[in-house]
Design a protein around this ligand. Structure first.
Ligand SMILES: Nc1ncnc2c1ncn2[C@@H]1O[C@H](COP(=O)(O)OP(=O)(O)O)[C@@H](O)[C@H]1O
Ligand SMILES: [Mg+2]
Length: 250
C-alpha cells in the first residue's frame, strides 16, 4: 500500500497550556512493498507520526493519503491483552473484522508457527519471556496479512541477540507477504540492517533531515565493509542532530 504525507503538521500543549510544534511540516512518500525505517532520537515525534498515520491522532494540517486495505500496528511493549492467552491475542484483529470459528483459529495457528510460537497458544502473556511477548505482538500485527504494517520500536526492550532474531524473522515474513512497512526505531544499526530506505528525523520540531535508499544487498552482514560504512555515515548524521556543532570529520 503506498502512503503519502503532505505538509503534515502537529502541535501539542505543554503542561502550562502553551502550544508547541511537535511535527512538521513533513512530506514523505512510501511505495508499495517498501520497508522504510523512520530513525530519530527520542522525542522527535516518531510515535506521533505513526499515530497520525494510523488514525489514532489527527494532524493539525496537511494530508495523509493511504491506499485502501488492511493495516497492522505493533507497539513497543506491554500492548498484549494480559487477560487473553496468546491465541486470543492473535485472533483479536480477525474477530474485530468479523471472522470466527475454525478459520480464525487456523490463521492464528499459522501465524504463530511463522513466529516460532508453536505450542504456546494457551499461554498467557505473563508466562512468556519478553521476546516471546513481542513475537506474539508481531503475530497479532501480521495475522490479517496487512498491506501496511506500522511498528513502533517493537524490539527496543529486548536483548541484542533476541532483537536480531526477530528482525530477521520480520524481514522474511514481510518480504513473503510484500507488506509495506514503516518501522520506527532510534537504533541506527537496526535501521541499516532492516531498511530499503532510511528516513532520519530531527527534533524541535520533528522534521526529515535525511531520506536515503540503501544500496545493500541481501542477505546483509553487519560485519561487511559496506554495512559499517553506511552505519558510520548515519551515525554522523545522528551526532549532528544531538550536537549541531559536531563536524562530519570528527
Ligand atoms: N498527548 C501528548 N500531549 C502533549 N505532548 C505530547 C503528547 N504526545 C507526545 N507529546 C510530546 O511530543 C513530543 C514527541 O513525542 P513522541 O512522538 O512520543 O516522540 P518519539 O516517539 O520520537 O520519542 C515529545 O516532546 C512528547 O513529550
Ligand atoms: Mg516513540
Amino acid at each position: 500500500m503506498a502512503v503519502s504525507l503532505t505538509h503534515l503538521e502537529k502541535s501539542y500543549q505543554d503542561p502550562s497550556g502553551k502550544s508547541f510544534r511537535v511535527l512538521g511540516p513533513i512530506d514523505l512518500r512510501i511505495e508499495t512493498g517498501e520497508f522504510l525505517c523512520l530513525l530519530g532520537p527520542t522525542g522527535c515525534g516518531k510515535t506521533t507520526l505513526l499515530r497520525i498515520l494510523s488514525g489514532l491522532e489527527q494532524a493539525d494540517s496537511g494530508k495523509v493519503s493511504l491506499g485502501a486495505g488492511r493495516f497492522g500496528y505493533v507497539f513497543q511493549q506491554g500492548a498484549l491483552f494480559p487477560w487473553m492467552n496468546v491465541e486470543s491475542n492473535v485472533m483479536f484483529p480477525l474477530k474485530a473484522k468479523g471472522m470466527t470459528g475454525s478459520e480464525c483459529r487456523s490463521r492464528a495457528a499459522e501465524m504463530l508457527n511463522h513466529v516460532g510460537l508453536y505450542g504456546f497458544s494457551k499461554s498467557f502473556p505473563h508466562e512468556l519471556s519478553g521476546g516471546m511477548q513481542q513475537r506474539t505482538a508481531l503475530a497479532r500485527g501480521l495475522v490479517t496479512e496487512p498491506e501496511l504494517l506500522l511498528l513502533d520500536e517493537p524490539f527496543a526492550s529486548l536483548d541484542t541477540r533476541t532483537g536480531i532474531n526477530l528482525q530477521e524473522m520480520l524481514r522474511a515474513i514481510c518480504g513473503r507477504l510484500s507488506t509495506t512497512v514503516i518501522y520506527v526505531t532510534h537504533s541506527i544499526e537496526e535501521a541499516v540492517y532492516l531498511a530499503d530506505r532510511i528516513v532520519v528525523m530531527g527534533h524541535s520540531p520533528g522534521r526529515i533531515v535525511r531520506n536515503e535508499s540503501l544500496n545493500l544487498k541481501w542477505p546483509r552482514s553487519r560485519l561487511s565493509s559496506e554495512f559499517t560504512e553506511i552505519l558510520l555515515s548515519f551515525r554522523q548524521t545522528f551526532e549532528k542532530l544531538v550536537d549541531p556543532s559536531a563536524t562530519l570529520s570528527s
